[in-house]
Write a protein that binds this ligand. Sequence first.
Ligand code: AMP
Ligand code: ZN
Length: 111
Amino acid sequence: MEDCVFCSIVNKTLEKELLYEDDKVVVFKDILPKAPVHLLIVSKDHIVSINHIADTQENLAGHMVNVARKMALKYGVYESGYRLIFNVGRDGGQVIPHLHLHLLGGKTLEA
Ligand code: AMP
Ligand code: ZN
């Protein structure tokens, strides 16, 4: 989708170092990290949020969690612990309306 920063990263019109890529997702570092490890697992399709995943895409969120777990292992927070967050909509604090999963770790996160 035009004017979507995450689509631009997926389409590679905006240059970004990708830490992982498969047919469904890309992973890159959050530009304003809130923890020593702060990665974003981003769907390749422009899906606005968890609320907009179609029934035919029901495996997508599970796949994103699975990729996040592998990234946690690769980036050294698997054992120490980490947090996975889907922000959904205005009250959920979602700023970018393109489906993404936050992976945060590398320090003790506040409750
Ligand atoms: P959310 O509030 O869940 O929509 O989170 C969006 C996240 O995307 C924020 O943590 C931003 O720091 C991050 N972000 C926005 N633009 C970029 C970008 N160009 N590259 C990497 N991360 C970004
Ligand atoms: Zn998009």
